[in-house]
Each structure stands twice: as C-alpha cells, then as structure tokens.
Design a protein around this ligand. Structure first.
Ligand code: CMP
Length: 159
C-alpha cells in the first residue's frame, strides 16, 4: 500500500515561480518527498517519458514545451500515493479541474484552446497515472541512489 509516484513540475510551473506552492500541496497532506531534482530534458528523453503520446496530434507541441525550460522531478511516497497525488493534482484539462486541486487553482486553459493553437495544454504538473506507470516513471527519472529512505517527523501520526 505504500507507493512511490512521479510528479513533474513542468516549465510553466517553474517560470511562474510555483515550485514551493506545488510541493507544499503534497507535504501538507503528509506525503513524503523521497527524490527531488531540477532537470532540463532534451527531445530524446521527452520521447522516453511521453512514449505513449508520440503518435498523438498534440505530441509536437508537448515535446517543444517540455524541453523549453528546466523542470522539477519529484518522487513522492505515501499510502496509496499514486491515487492521492492524482487527486491533489486534478484533471488533465485545467478547465475541468476542480477548485482546490493544483490545476484547478493555478491553471487556466482548455483542450479546445490549446488544440486550436496547436500547442500543448499548460497544466503545470505531470503525475503518474497508475501504480505500474509510477514504477516505470520513477525508475526513468531517478537512479536508486537518488531515492532516499528516511522518517518524517510526524511519521507516527501519519503512517
Ligand atoms: P500530462 O499529465 O503530462 O500527460 C500528457 C500531457 O499531454 C498532458 O499532461 C498534457 O500536457 C498534454 N495533453 C494531453 N492531451 C492534450 C490535448 N488534447 N491537447 C494538448 N495537449 C494535451
């Protein structure tokens, strides 16, 4: 039940100075940051991360955007972490994301708008979609030595 999942704070989150605000949303829930780094990925790495989307119409815009500035990669650990993180992040399309979620509170665009402009939807974060995907994505972004095992101070109250 204790899972690890991957969160990326994408270039829009970095350029808007939302790194602290986004990490706070996970920490305040008691989820544990076990890996953290800033990376500027190239197109070849983008293709590895977004392999499932390469054939889609929006991929070109997505690749351009994700390689346009650095991003912050975070490995998060917690009880049912994959599901909780997705809940905290909100729906992929900011227009549909509930208020109170990261995308619902800080993003503002729709599929219709981004598709009409041929750009990717700017939704601040990526979060692994399933436990299987999380395992693959954490392994793609972090080496075993970059993942840390430690106890947070409220460990007993939260876990
Ligand atoms: P993410 O959670 O990183 O996973 C795939 C990304 O592709 C998604 O967030 C969006 O940024 C982008 N995306 C998905 N669907 C569309 C779409 N219809 N138009 C533009 N971008 C999209």
């Amino acid at each position: 039940m204790i899972e690890r999942t991957l969160v990326l704070i994408k270039p829009d989150g970095i350029l808007r100075g939302l790194v602290g605000e986004i990490i706070k949303r996970f920490e305040q829930r008691g989820l544990k940051v076990v890996g953290l780094k800033m990376v500027w990925i190239d197109k070849s790495f983008a293709k590895k991360h977004y392999a499932a989307h390469i054939e889609k119409d929006f991929y070109k815009g997505l690749e351009e955007f994700i390689t346009s500035a650095p991003l912050v990669a975070i490995a998060i650990e917690g009880i049912h972490a994959v599901e909780y993180v997705r809940k905290i992040v909100g729906a992929t399309e900011p227009k549909s994301a509930e208020l109170g979620t990261i995308r619902g509170d800080f993003a503002h665009t729709s599929y219709k708008y981004s598709d009409s402009k041929g750009i990717t939807i700017k939704n601040l974060v990526h979060a692994s979609g399933s436990v299987e995907e999380a395992k693959k994505e954490v392994a793609l972004w972090f080496t075993p030595t970059e993942i840390h095992t430690y106890k947070i101070s409220q460990e007993k109250e939260i876990f």
